[in-house]
Design a protein around this ligand. Structure first.
Ligand code: SF4
Length: 703
């Protein structure tokens, strides 16, 4: 019998609803869910082809495997044996070296229930905070930006604000390729209202830039200066909201002093753009009734990622364009459940339900809730710190879940060396093609999308339910079940006994009571009927609109006022030099996702762009006698990449671009962009500087 199911796309943070049809032979097909408030039936190329990753199990890890030494081949073992060994090694390391000698590195693609359990296990029971996530690599600067300005990691807007806005500023993001369904909503809004203005600020002329009314091709790393220039003009031209500034914010005077330190001409020179572009953008923003700003990795993945976030959010605050229809700062989420992970405390410096490790009351609340004592207040290792600690020997064991750090982490050669040195590596994944699998001492095969149930939260705080559609192949188990098996083997079984995923969600939701993200009114019964945005308390004490936050202009800061921050634009990224004169940017392409373990096996998606490439400006290429499609070497301080050159004026002179998706070796070439990326991180958010590394490009010569 043909059966229908509802779920959510597991790629980007837009969170589109899908309707899955299962044929009698078990094969599935899918379409966009017409009733879903996010996508209204639409799907992008990745979402449309998601079912191929379920129907094709040829690359799947099917059985637990382990080896007693890295020189030995991995061998199939039973679940019991794999879990017993993992628990034995963890116990012994914790006994000998303390709880900080082990770590979990998880993913924004984990379901909320799984994320919650990993955090409970590590922070409540193992006794350290060494659990971090690949969301550290994409969202942590925005998290800090929101906390510093609004008092909480709370996206203040919703997607419906798109259709209510009249100016949309997209900075350091290419939603036309990376958040396509959201972008279609922007395009449809523009088509229906031609006066809507779209401004795109990016060093590359992306598809989003092409679709914009004003493209600002600034020099990489100068975003803060651009935003401060806009701030100066908004103040000079009387576009600020004095009532909001007076009654609902702090910090305006210091901000004004900071942005007036430079003239518009000086700002334009620093950013490498015409003053007219700054003047035009400021006029549109100032006159807008609805001003939305959208951003992602161009701002977040920077050694000054937090400052870039603050400087952009400032524009919404000084104009009072927040908490009103069509207005507000809107960080777009890269991964499908980066938001859910943040809710449950998925970063090494947080506790469940946005509680803080630095707050003794928050620690006491979670100790009471989990029935434990001694939750450490010491922040755990962040993503990059975890691999550095493996390298130094401080961290002995790492358990990697649903992510492929060997390709996705910055300075990947360093990560590779660290994994080689690690005493014990557990990899819990679905694909044997994930490069990190090679370093595993134990492999735990996990169930993938549509093979388990659970929830995710999208970029507008919308929680949605993902139904189980098919059984996982081989002996693959849902991640939550694997965690509970391990916890039981460690002796904490009483605290990890659940009858269903629904029970796990209920426990998490209960932990949110009394916090600003209270979702205690959400449960599976409701989610099977509709998607729900938080906050959504069970006692309905939330009096405002849960789609758009801060309509009452009361913020989550201690004095309930938004905080405007005076920030400087100085960018301490790796400097270009005579040896390495070009700035390398990295990023995504339209039809691939992360390290291609899923999208790479879908022929239709590979037809868009099937191999890695380096975008370089024709004048920079000419200087180096490089022609289009010739093989080049890209060299930097930390490594090299060998790919074909693509000559294009869409990159600025002095910069070049590599996609981040490909692994170490592709067609005998070293294609891994992260061979070259810098190991610098933002000092507060610890997010890496993926978008700024000094390199040189030369024609490849056969040895
Ligand atoms: Fe999936 Fe994102 Fe595409 Fe929607 S826009 S279908 S969530 S990849």
């Amino acid at each position: 019998m043909v059966k229908k199911y509802k779920s959510t796309c597991s790629y980007c943070g837009v969170g589109c609803g899908v309707e899955i049809t299962k044929a009698p032979d078990g094969k599935i097909t899918l379409t966009g869910d017409k009733d879903h408030p996010v996508n209204r039936g639409m799907l992008c190329s990745k979402g449309m082809n998601l079912h191929y990753t379920v129907n094709d199990t040829s690359d799947r890890l099917l059985y637990p495997e382990m080896r007693m030494h890295r020189s030995m081949p991995l061998q199939r073992v039973s679940w019991n044996k794999a879990i017993e060994r993992t628990a034995a090694v963890f116990k012994s390391l914790i006994e000998k070296h303390g709880p900080e000698s082990v770590g979990f590195y998880v993913s924004g693609q984990c379901l909320t229930e799984e994320y919650y359990l990993w955090n409970k296990l590590m922070k409540g029971f193992i006794g350290s905070n060494n659990i971090d996530t690949n969301s550290r690599l994409c969202m942590s600067s925005a998290v800090v930006g929101y906390k510093k300005t609004l008092g909480e990691d709370s996206v203040p807007v919703c997607y419906d604000d798109i259709e209510l806005s009249d100016v949309i500023l997209v900075e350091g993001a290419n939603p036309a390729w990376c958040h396509p369904i959201l972008w279609r909503r922007v395009e449809a809004h523009k088509a229906a209202n031609p006066n809507i203005k779209i401004i795109c600020v990016d060093p590359r002329e992306t598809q989003t830039a092409t679709n914009s009314d004003l493209f600002v091709p600034l020099i990489p790393g100068t975003d803060v200066y651009f935003n401060n220039a806009i701030g100066r003009l908004l103040i000079e031209n009387g576009f600020t909201d004095s009532k909001f500034i007076e009654n609902h914010s702090d910090g305006f005077d210091a901000y004004k002093e900071k942005v007036f330190e430079k003239s518009i001409k000086e700002y334009a020179e620093i950013c490498g753009i015409e003053t007219e572009k700054i003047i035009e953008a400021a006029k549109w923003i100032g006159e807008a009734k609805g001003f939305l700003s959208m951003w992602t990795m161009g701002l977040n993945q920077s050694v000054i990622g937090v400052n870039k976030n603050l400087s952009l959010i400032n524009l919404s605050l000084i104009t009072g364009k927040i908490g009103k229809p069509g207005n507000g700062p809107f960080s777009l989420t890269g991964q499908p459940n980066a938001m859910g992970g943040r809710e449950v405390g998925g970063l090494s410096n947080m506790l469940a339900s946005h509680r803080e490790l630095s707050n003794p009351a928050h620690i006491a609340e979670m100790e009471d809730f989990w029935g434990v004592a001694g939750i450490s207040n010491k922040p755990g290792l962040s993503a990059t710190e975890m691999f550095e600690a493996l390298d130094s020997g401080k961290l002995k064991a790492i358990w990697i879940i649903c992510t492929n750090p060997l390709v996705s982490m910055p300075d990947a050669n360093k990560v590779e060396a660290a994994l080689k040195k690690a005493k014990f590596v557990v990899v819990q994944d679905i694909s044997q093609n994930a490069d990190t699998v090679k370093f595993a001492d134990v492999i735990l095969p996990a169930a993938g999308w549509a093979e388990k149930e659970g929830t995710m939260t999208n970029a507008e705080r919308r929680v949605s339910y993902l139904e189980k559609v098919v059984d996982a192949p081989g002996e693959c188990l849902p991640d939550a079940e694997i965690i509970c098996k391990f916890a039981t083997q460690m002796g904490w079984g009483n605290h990890f006994k659940y009858n269903s995923s629904s029970d796990i969600y209920d426990e998490y939701a209960k932990s949110t009571i009394g916090t600003n993200i209270d979702c205690s009114g959400i449960n599976y019964e409701l989610l099977k009927k509709e998607t729900i945005q938080w906050p959504y308390p069970a006692d309905k004490t939330f009096s405002g609109n849960n789609s758009r936050l801060f309509e009452d202009q009361i913020f989550y800061t201690p004095n309930q006022k938004a905080q405007i921050h005076a920030v400087d634009g100085k960018n301490p990224s790796e400097q270009v030099s005579e040896k390495y004169p070009l700035v390398l940017l990295t990023g995504r392409i339209r039809d691939q996702w992360h390290t291609r373990t899923k999208t790479g096996k879908v022929n239709k998606l590979n037809q868009h762009i099937d191999s890695p490439f380096l975008e370089i400006h024709p004048e920079d290429a000419l200087l180096r006698k490089i022609k289009d499609q010739q093989v080049v070497m890209v060299n930097g301080k930390r490594g090299e990449v060998k790919v074909k050159a693509k000559l294009t004026e869409t990159v600025r002179r002095g910069t070049c671009f590599l996609p981040m998706h490909w692994g170490k070796i592709v067609n005998n070439s070293f294609a891994r962009a992260n061979n070259l990326t810098s190991d610098l991180v933002d000092p507060i958010s610890k997010e890496p500087d993926f978008k700024y590394a000094a390199v040189e490009v030369s024609l490849y010569k056969k040895p």
